[in-house]
Design a protein around this ligand. Structure first.
Ligand code: HSE
Length: 425
């Protein structure tokens, strides 16, 4: 039987889950794949953590050089996260002729061009299914199964922490700060939640997913980003009354005029499948010219779901000849011929606080018409202290026209724009 030795770098949630799956399913993989996959070494500074998983002390390496020079090891799992030391370790492992399986979205997003070059030079595999959307098998779907398509759009809820927070804010009307505190207590949100709540995590994932989808490099720096820290529960409740769910959405579109990539809170009509993806679940909704619409749904994080993606890559690497590379020219920067659309089109929800006076509404709507924005709905809520909340929904319009209108309204003295949320009907 073919023997495949694995090393795991970092035994946190993901590395620990991977170890558990590999050891518990070893016989199962023997039987079904004809490969004997054994964990030969781990690299983990916290030796107690390794030993608590039942790992023999003799298998705990002291440094990356020990992993690189161990001839029993064929595949190395990188589940450390962040850029350093993960990047140096991955490069050392590839240069030692071993394949790498990584769950590190930031590393793959920012440096895949460099890692891929070194992997190719050493004829090693570089696998990254676990880098995006945890246990949801979207990378292989894009790399292999959906190759018969020109993919025109990819829309996803690709961050579990923010989906959990927005779902709870929607269920109980609580503020962002209160729900975040509760999510941190329950272990759903990190002690430092910045990467998740400010949308960076989703941006890294969208950069990888849209590069694969559109067969061209989509650098993360081209992606418009807005997190959820300013979301007001009032808008979630107004949205609900209008039949919308609020989600942190990652949007990638590839059209005649170029590529549009953005991450921001979005109202989605409740009959859209993505509107019903709640709590820490993730989903990616892909549209291809042959397949039409495909939605992949599941756990985007967690020890066993992400471990499932890593082990899938290890088995793929163990049972396939050759290496697995991206389907685009993986350069550091975008191809100069690629156009990125910054002034994108969307429907909008705006909440204004206006003075309750005759003629105010016509003054406000004149700013919209001046910029060619067509209003689809206006809802006036009950006045409080002489101020009226006014909800305005627009038809499809350009982002820059909305920004100009908002600036003018804020400067006019008749209205203050309290919220701007993009809408998918
Ligand atoms: N922190 C991520 C999330 C999971 O909340 O979805 C790892 O990418």
């Amino acid at each position: 039987m073919k023997k495949v030795g694995v090393a795991i770098l970092g035994l946190g949630v993901v590395g620990g889950g991977t170890y558990k799956i590999l050891t518990e399913h070893r016989e199962f993989y023997n039987k079904n794949h004809g490969v004997d996959i054994s964990v030969e070494a781990v690299l983990e500074l916290n030796r107690e953590r390794a030993m608590a998983l039942g790992i023999d002390e003799s298998k705990i390496a002291s440094n990356i050089a020990e992993i690189c020079s161990n001839s029993e090891i064929d595949v190395v799992v990188e589940s450390i996260g962040g850029i350093e030391p993960a990047k140096s370790f991955v490069l050392a492992v590839l240069n030692s002729g071993k394949s790498v399986v990584t769950s590190n979205k930031e590393l793959y997003c920012k440096y895949s061009h460099e890692l891929e070059k070194v992997a190719k030079k050493n004829d090693c595999g570089l696998y990254f299914e676990a880098s995006c959307v945890g246990g949801v098998p979207v990378i292989r779907a894009l790399l292999d199964n959906l190759q018969g398509n020109k993919i025109t759009s990819l829309t996803g809820i690709i961050n579990g922490t923010t989906n959990y927070i927005l779902s709870k804010m929607s269920d109980c009307g609580a503020s962002y700060t209160d729900v975040l505190k509760e999510a941190q207590k329950l272990g759903y949100a990190e002690a430092d939640p910045t990467s998740d709540v400010e949308g960076y995590d989703a941006v890294y994932k969208l950069s990888i997913l849209s590069s694969l989808s559109f067969h061209t490099k989509v650098p993360y720096t081209e992606i418009y980003r807005e997190g959820i820290t300013s979301v007001d529960p009032t808008d979630i409740q107004y949205g609900k009354q209008l039949g919308y769910a609020l989600k942190l959405l990652a949007v990638g579109k590839n059209g005649e005029n170029g590529i549009e990539v953005r991450v921001h809170p979005t109202f989605i009509k409740s009959n859209h499948p993505l509107a019903n993806v709640n709590d820490s679940y993730n989903a990616v909704y892909i549209t291809g010219d042959s397949v039409e619409d495909v939605m992949l749904y599941g756990r985007g994080a967690g020890a066993l779901p992400t471990g499932s993606a890593i082990v899938g890559d290890i088995i793929y690497c163990a049972t396939h000849q050759g290496s697995n590379y991206s389907t685009f020219k993986n350069t550091e920067k975008a191809d100069p011929a690629t156009k990125f659309i910054k002034n994108f089109e969307s429907e909008y929800y705006l909440r204004l606080s206006v003075k309750d006076k005759t003629g105010v509404l016509s003054k406000i709507t004149s700013h919209f018409s001046k910029h060619g924005i067509s209003i689809s709905q206006v809802i006036q809520e009950k006045a409080e202290n002489g101020q009226v909340p006014l909800i305005i929904l627009t038809h499809h319009t350009l982002e820059n026209d909305v920004k100009k209108t908002v600036d003018e309204l804020n400067a006019s003295g008749v209205a203050r724009v309290a919220a701007i949320i993009r809408v998918i009907s």
